[in-house]
Design a protein around this ligand. Sequence first.
Ligand code: ATP
Ligand code: MG
Ligand code: MG
Ligand code: MG
Length: 582
Amino acid sequence: MILRMSSLFLRTLREDPADAEVPSHKLLVRAGYIRRTAPGIYTWLPLGLRVLRNVEKIVREEMDAIGAQELVFPALLPREPYEATNRWTEYGPNLFRLKDRKGADMLLGPTHEEMFTLVVKDLYSSYKDLPLSIYQIQNKYRDEARPRAGVLRGREFVMKDSYSFDIDDAGLENSYELHRKAYIRIFDRLGFDYVIVKAMSGAMGGSRSEEFLAIAKNGEDTFVRSPGGYAANVEAVVVPQAEQVDAAAVPAAEVVDTPDTPTIDTLVDALNAKHARTDGREWTAADTLKNVLVTLVHPDGSREPLAIGIPGDRAIDEKRLGAQVEPAEVVAFEDADFAKHPTLAKGYIGPGVLGKENTSGIRYLLDPRIAEGSAWVTGADKSGFHVVDLVYGRDFTADGTIQAAEVRDGDPAPDGSGALATARGIEMGHIFQLGRKYAEALDLKVLDQNGKLVTVTMGSYGVGVTRAVAAIAEGNHDELGLIWPREIAPADVHLVATGKDAAVFEKAAELAGELESRGLTVLYDDREKVSPGVKFKDAELLGVPTIAIVGKGLAEGTIELKDRRTGTREDVPVADIVDQLV
Ligand code: ATP
Ligand code: MG
Ligand code: MG
Ligand code: MG
């Protein structure tokens, strides 16, 4: 294919757009790849669309390679499925809601768990149909509070979203691993310097979740990693802070020894025996749950305070105490005001469902140990999730707002794998084990081997396709312009004809034809009344990896080749040029 600059629908700009702050945004607009239509909404011009299609192609090939099948849902969707999962409300102002002419509520899909769940329910009914992975590459709509950096955070953007359906947990684990490997191949091919981090599952619900972050100083996400391989988004990290867990510093507290392995009942007994309430009443289980701090003393002597309960929650897991604690000490005090005692903050708070508010209005941070399904969670409640190591004032405040965890450089990694270092990144992909949340809400069941109806377990996996274009540009540019990796570039060769000599233009046109016939895409600058200086500037700005200049050298039988990234130049004999370029 030959793209002739004389007729290509393209205008490059010398000035940075006024609303652009980061290099990728400035350059994609200046190089004529995208045009702003409205805040966070962009038009893809011919060269930009070619880049976007190249990214899509890589994503599609890798999804197909793991056996995922492509389909496309509408973006315009009915309210009911999103009502059934509560996301019509939960999504808040980020959801684009609209009404049709009959007054029915509609939305523009921000993500499609509901629709995929329903189509599988519609068509499949047996374990024999599973496992299944299906995906789409499609426009998504989110009314972002702060659309930013061009297509990096848009309000309309392209996402590849896939969903896996399995009969059991082992199946889900396998589908998740397949996607994880496919994502590694995708982000390798896209040329990212990236890191895979533990993530919070947020509004999606579910358990195991990881993000693929492109390392970028302009990234909106902060992550931490340790020399021993721990890596997590700070949203998902909770770092124990020793100075905040000194039980002796709790005001008005008293230590009560419990010789045996404690249960809720033995705690109550111990309290009544040794720590009379000032109001004369007996301690009850409910009081205990509200007002007791237990310090676990591990066999190695390390102490771990557990705040039992935020008012209204039954938060201690008796089995866990029984299994792991010997001996325990109980620190009791009345009417504990958790907000006033940061020492309590290294706590054990639950029960509840991830991503939802619990009765005390505190939303949960996901501890990495829970994400890994370790023994920390032993089903004290139906939902089965608890949070450990929350730090008051850092992770949540008295009114229940979660704050971004402020992990600092040098904090210890929660898994003991060394000191953490923080860095910034751009979230390029996100994979989740959703579990049965959506299948339950929408009643997706199939018959198992014994003819019994069982709920399907699901995974959800996203790649930001338009965001990838911006993120690649963010990591591949210099002061002159863009520098595309070969597989993503809008053309293989940028061929420039300079001067006024007709022979130069003839030779260049011939070369363009030959390269085309060898399967290359040539961006051919055949403009006649444009100076060489302007042509070279455009070539630097547009960022095709190889620039071939047919001009003065032709008299000596050479064509100049320039590597856009390294800047190296060489004069290549005309006879060798095609072989050198293909
Ligand atoms: P972010 O944290 O950046 O808001 P997200 O966690 O809300 O992203 P997901 O719901 O995980 O996003 O969606 C999957 C992928 O879609 C993300 O990993 C990201 O690459 C992409 N994406 C999400 N929101 C946008 C957006 N507003 N513009 C462009 N791409 C986006
Ligand atoms: Mg978001
Ligand atoms: Mg995110
Ligand atoms: Mg995400």
